[in-house]
Ligand binder design. Structure first.
Ligand SMILES: Cc1ncc(COP(=O)(O)O)c(C=O)c1O
Length: 363
């Protein structure tokens, strides 16, 4: 039997999240914080054991932040075109990954599938949670191996992790292949869209209406330039978001992050300008690298980095490091043999990189 790719065959029309949840999470009585219990207007707050005198910083940091970050979600809702109740915010995408394991995967019993080479935290977080990792390696063209995926899944497979555009290969996965997985796999499918703003391809957020087993992850760490603030997003059905909210630590997004993100979200125009620049510089960098004698291949990219195959990755990496330029050596990663992963920098940084590579390859 092969995964069918017709919509009429979507086996997940009657998807029930309760059949996937861990029993301890089904039974969980979540922590109820002072900020959860009181929602009205008041002027004197003596309910949360905060320091009523203030703080060494500006006055509001003595108070606990909004546990469900409604103001941030309302602004994100307008930008992403999805209602706030379908949004979860995490302390980076890494928290969104970890919560999926803690809510849905029984340690020592359940398994998940990743499609390497891909982002490392799906696997590390599985190991931390004692969840078996099964590997459906990408095909040589960096696309999904649907047959392998289907064969690896069993009744204990809770999650398939897809990353599109993928890190470190830079390409987007074929949309029809992702739809095939969504239509046929009875567990959760997480699509990590950390790099979607740099891509020619559409987000899967609107597809949440069709697929109750879908979770889309994005982050403010890449196109939004806010890696230091730690804000990851998960978009999913209300039922899934409700589970995430019950499992998360009560105040997982701190007050300063919420304040600064609210300000940043007003600057969509500036972010779009940066994205255009980065995409243009990515193409210029790719063209310059392709011409170099020591470069064997520059893979097409839908992200803000390039996967570049060179004759001698270790020596190239060391040479750049001596010149103060750090890139990522991915040459020991399966399917990425011989490759460096290079983030698109500023115009000057890219020019320095090219100059130093030219000198190195001319030796
Ligand atoms: C595919 C992918 N997802 C998630 C992340 C991490 O995101 P965050 O900074 O929100 O934890 C990265 C970081 O490199 C990534 O490549």
């Amino acid at each position: 039997m092969h995964y069918s790719n017709t919509k009429a065959d979507n086996i997940n029309m009657s998807f029930d999240i309760n059949s996937l949840l861990r029993q301890n999470i089904k039974n969980l009585v979540p922590y109820s914080s002072a900020r959860d219990e009181f929602k009205g207007e008041a002027s004197i707050f003596l309910d949360a054991n905060e320091n009523s005198l203030g703080s060494p910083l500006t006055h509001w940091y003595n108070r606990y932040p909004d546990p469900l970050q409604w103001k941030v979600k309302e602004k994100l809702s307008a930008i992403k075109g999805i209602a706030p109740r379908h949004i979860f915010l995490g302390n980076g995408s890494d928290e969104c990954i970890d919560i999926a394991y803690r809510a849905f995967c029984n340690p020592g019993k359940d398994n998940i599938i990743i499609c390497p080479p891909t982002y490392g935290m799906y696997e590390v977080s599985a190991h931390i949670n004692d969840v078996e990792v099964r590997r459906a390696r990408l095909l040589d063209n960096f696309q999904l191996d649907l047959i392998h995926l289907e064969n690896l899944a069993d009744e204990h497979t809770k999650i398939i992790w897809l990353c599109s555009p993928n890190n470190p290969t830079g390409n987007a996965l074929n949309r029809e292949d992702i739809e095939t997985v969504l239509n046929n796999f009875p567990g959760l499918v997480v699509i990590d869209e950390a790099y979607i703003n740099f891509s020619r391809h559409r987000s899967f957020i609107p597809a949440l209406q069709e697929y109750p087993n879908l979770i889309v992850m994005q982050t403010l760490s890449k196109a939004w330039g806010l890696a230091g603030l730690r804000l990851g997003m998960a978009f999913a059905s209300e039922a899934i978001i409700e589970v995430y909210n019950r499992v998360k630590p009560p105040y997982n997004i701190n007050q300063s992050t919420q304040e600064l993100v609210l300000k940043a979200l007003d600057e969509v125009g500036q972010v779009n300008d940066m994205i255009k620049w980065i995409v243009q510089m990515r193409e210029e960098l790719a063209a310059a690298l392709t011409k170099m004698p020591g470069v064997q291949k520059v893979y097409p990219s839908d992200a803000n980095f390039l996967l570049v195959k060179v004759a001698d990755p270790k020596m190239t990496y060391q040479h750049l490091l001596q010149k103060g330029i750090v890139v990522r050596d991915r040459s020991r990663v399966e399917l990425c043999e011989g490759c460096l992963r290079i983030t698109v920098g500023t115009q000057k940084e890219n020019a320095d990189l090219i100059k130093n590579l030219e000198t190195f390859f001319q030796k």
